[in-house]
Design a protein around this ligand. Structure first.
Ligand SMILES: [Zn+2]
Length: 148
């Protein structure tokens, strides 16, 4: 199903191509549960939305800390990104037999998680989770348990 055929996307006046990396964008009361199957994978995490002179863009992260750092750093450009928000999210990739390709949907729930009073602690954990030579965020608690 394309966004043009989706009742939720149509209600929000979204059409195919509005977002560069998602076919569907749905605000929901409850996020879908995480699952991995051959035809559908759903990941739970956080999404950063940003806009300004760039087109509206959403980027998904599995951890809150890099999402907060990404949003804040982007906004510090002060020119191309003039607004951002971080939200709890789910990212679904599902194979559509009619379209004969993967369809990507971003689900968003709740209110903005950025610029909270304890954000400095989250950003410190982000820094602790940056490991030289790795593209992944390594949650500090997990690394501590492994003796790293
Ligand atoms: Zn939709």
């Amino acid at each position: 199903m394309t966004p043009d055929e989706c009742a939720e996307c149509a209600a929000a006046s979204r059409r195919r191509g509005d977002l560069p990396n998602y076919d569907h964008f749905h605000k929901v009361d409850a996020l879908p549960r995480a699952r991995r199957a051959d035809s559908r994978t759903t990941l739970r995490g956080y999404a950063v939305g940003m806009g300004g002179s760039l087109p509206q863009t959403w980027v998904f992260f599995e951890h809150l800390e890099p999402a907060l750092a990404f949003g804040r750093a982007g906004r510090m450009s002060c020119h191309d990104i003039r607004s951002y928000g971080v939200y709890e999210a789910a990212r679904e990739t599902r194979y559509d037999r009619t379209l004969k390709r993967d369809v990507h949907t971003l689900f968003l729930a709740g209110s903005s998680l950025d610029r909270q009073d304890d954000e400095a602690q989250d950003l410190q954990r982000w820094l602790q989770g940056c490991v030289p030579g790795s593209a992944y965020f390594e949650p500090p608690k997990r690394r501590d348990r492994l003796g790293m």
